[in-house]
Design a protein around this ligand. Sequence first.
Ligand code: AMP
Length: 398
Amino acid sequence: MSDFHTYDFSGKRALIRVDFNVPLDKETLEITDDTRIRAALPTIQCILKNGGSVVIMSHLGRPKDGSENRFSLHHIVKHTSDLLGVPVQFSEDCIGPEAEAMSANLKPGEVLMLENVRFHKRETAGTESFAEQLAKHGDVYVNDAFGTAHRAHASTTVIAKFFPNDKMFGLLLEAEIKSVDKVLNSDEKPLTAIVGGAKVSSKITIIERLLDKVDNLIVGGGMAYTFVKAMGGKVGNSLVEDDYIDMANKIITEAKAKGVNLYIPTDAIIADKFDNEANRKEVPIGEIPDGWMGLDTGSETSKACREIIANSKLILWNGPMGVFEMENFQQGTKDVANAIVEATAKGAFSLIGGGDSVAAINKFKLADKVSYVSTGGGAMLEYLEGIELPGIKAIREH
Ligand code: AMP
């Protein structure tokens, strides 16, 4: 693989796989959150500055059967052009003679965006001939789409083989990889992971892997109740996965054996229905009456988490402490977010990775006060599970 920082882009057409899968308003089809576009700008700008031209390649949504207006990248062109400060040309198909003519005619400093690669089924199928057609658009392939690096699709993985000597990570993908490696593979201590979210079942592989790495493991969110039940507590109508009670016990035992401080919340905000306007009470987490459910962590838990987080040098946060989407059940998640912000201000490195903790940190407007917020939900989860992501592997291998 080549190194983005030292590669000479002058006179070259860089074919960049970005993740411009941004949310669009259903009615107006306007972009409602442009974070992913902004995240890829440094890579594009750097190539243009160094005398190259850029062909942008992405997917948008999950089109089922060919092209569909609501999934067209056409809706993204103007905003991308405004952000970059240069005109962005658009090709109505990502492959074929017209698209090839457009990319062949690009001059240094010019930008072309290709239509949604998923308008062709061969993209997600990872078909080699389709990847080969896409490859015609560039002299060099840059993968800057961490959000799809866990997919072995044509434009994210298979295409790399057509650029044996000219393939590399873009700045965003490189930053994502570096931030996870910093948290999971550096010698700094203590390392604290906060793993929350709805279900133990979806986080079990991550938890097991983290037990070998972390000093403190805080379990939060709906999954905490499976642990509480495993420890003999009463959890009322809280979310519990009975099939995972044995697993929860196994994790408790393993944590002890490995010297990991496994912290399970000690109090909860309970509700008499799954509704922001429900009646609420703060109770010890193992004493939840029937008919009530835990939807957030309580003040004692927030205090304990804050202490653990304040003493940490490396922090990984994946998954909320409660149903933070509802105003009345967001406090536990907010307290953890603030504790992470405070620890970061004192020099800790904090990574917010995967799905809903990213949504939470954005909701609380604290994203710029932590060290790194990952752009890749599912990709980050798989990376944390220890899976070698196909998109990353394809760049690294010869
Ligand atoms: P995940 O995608 O697994 O990280 O789960 C995130 C979801 O878990 C969010 O939508 C939260 O609302 C939900 N969640 C967090 N705490 C609870 C809880 N105590 N009961 C039910 N759902 C929860």
